[in-house]
Design a protein around this ligand. Structure first.
Ligand SMILES: Nc1ncnc2c1ncn2[C@@H]1O[C@H](COP(=O)(O)OP(=O)(O)O)[C@@H](O)[C@H]1O
Ligand code: SF4
Ligand SMILES: [Mg+2]
Length: 329
């Protein structure tokens, strides 16, 4: 989609929170703040990449946006409308869907490809005749590079990459406008990751889709994303255009994520010295006070323990949540 067309927000989340009550002993439970006051928007036709270490809350953001989890607090707006009532959610589900991380467990191995892809058509009554259903399934298979001979075969007969294609075709069955792609290539061989990502890119152009594209690896999202948001312990710490965040990361956490990306050119790799973080990512049940990153941050000051830094626009379209961005070389 052209830049000019990407002006309207399709998805907007405001101060989204998702707390899970977890047991921490006999009859005792505490809220686990999986997503804690996250706000961002995605324009029509845009891809927002969402990255961060395992457990930082990426999947929960995706599932909560789609109302697969009821938000603890905050608002989800879609196409200018607040999603609030059950009727809103039902309507929204026809337009927004998810592609899952694991193509091995997300498809029933004993169903045929045709039945897997046809199931959402059945659930939402999206055809009038059997022939129409068959044609639509074949069309969806064509979108993801599967051919008609695959229709009667079982999911377990396929490789990981092909299974992910089946999963994507299934997600496309309802004719969605917005797709949460939850680490859709993480479980695949590196050799086929690029093919599947290119397919997402082509489908976006062909069908005018908007993506929230989740990954833990910045390299994976760089080329497909227009903008990238970095999450740490349930919070957004940096948000900027993809090239900007890649070339000029500001938050110390984003810097460390980027410095662990392998660079093929040894000269660049040497200049890009590796930042190894000390300590493990804390549990969201015992998140540090103030800045969530302070227990691992080489620039932390006493102020960092006192208050959570707001996400501020430091340069055009580049937002960072840090008290001391000027100290970070
Ligand atoms: N249904 C759930 N119940 C309780 N805790 C959960 C649930 N889902 C996720 N969590 C916790 O929320 C945090 C964020 O998880 P998740 O969103 O899956 O992270 P990511 O996708 O970034 O790996 C983790 O600490 C995880 O253990
Ligand atoms: S607010 Fe403080 S602890 Fe957090 S990233 Fe910035 S300097 Fe580090
Ligand atoms: Mg996840």
């Amino acid at each position: 989609m052209s830049e000019a067309a990407k002006t309207e927000n399709l998805v907007e989340i405001k101060h989204l929170k998702e707390y899970f009550n977890v047991n921490v002993g006999f009859f005792k439970s505490r809220p686990l703040k999986a997503v804690d006051d996250v706000s961002f928007s995605i324009k029509k036709g845009e891809t927002l990449g969402l990255v961060g270490e395992s457990g930082c809350g990426k999947t929960t953001v995706g599932r909560t946006i789609l109302n697969l989890y009821k938000p603890t607090a905050g608002e989800i707006w879609y196409d200018g409308k607040l999603i609030k009532t059950d009727a809103d959610i039902k309507e929204f589900r026809k337009k927004a869907t998810m592609v899952f991380q694991d193509p091995y467990s997300s498809l029933n191995p004993r169903m045929t490809v045709s039945d897997i892809i046809g199931e959402p058509l059945d659930i939402h009554n999206l055809y009038n005749t059997k022939e129409e259903r068959r044609e639509r399934i074949l069309e969806l298979m064509g979108y993801v590079g599967l051919n008609s001979e695959h229709a009667s075969r079982y999911a377990h007969e396929f490789s990981g990459g092909q299974r992910q294609r089946i999963g994507i075709a299934r997600s496309l069955a309802v004719n969605p406008e917005f797709i949460v792609c939850d680490e859709p290539v993480s479980a695949l061989d590196v050799s086929i990751q690029a093919q599947v990502i290119n397919m997402f890119d082509e489908l976006q152009d062909k069908l005018g889709l908007t993506y929230l594209f989740i990954a833990h690896d910045l390299l994976v999202v760089r080329h497909i994303s227009d903008r990238i948001a970095v999450m740490y312990l349930g919070k957004l710490v940096e948000l900027a255009d993809a090239n900007e965040i890649y070339d000029h990361p500001i938050h110390p956490y984003s810097k460390s994520l980027l410095s662990s990306v392998p660079v093929p050119d040894p000269k660049i790799a040497r200049a890009n010295k590796r930042i190894i973080l000390s300590g493990d990512i804390p549990s969201p049940l015992n998140a540090p006070s103030g800045c969530p990153f302070r227990t691992r941050c080489p620039h932390a000051t006493p102020e960092c323990a006192e208050s959570m830094p707001e996400l501020k626009e430091l340069s055009s379209r580049h937002f960072v949540a840090c008290h001391h961005p000027e100290n970070i070389a």
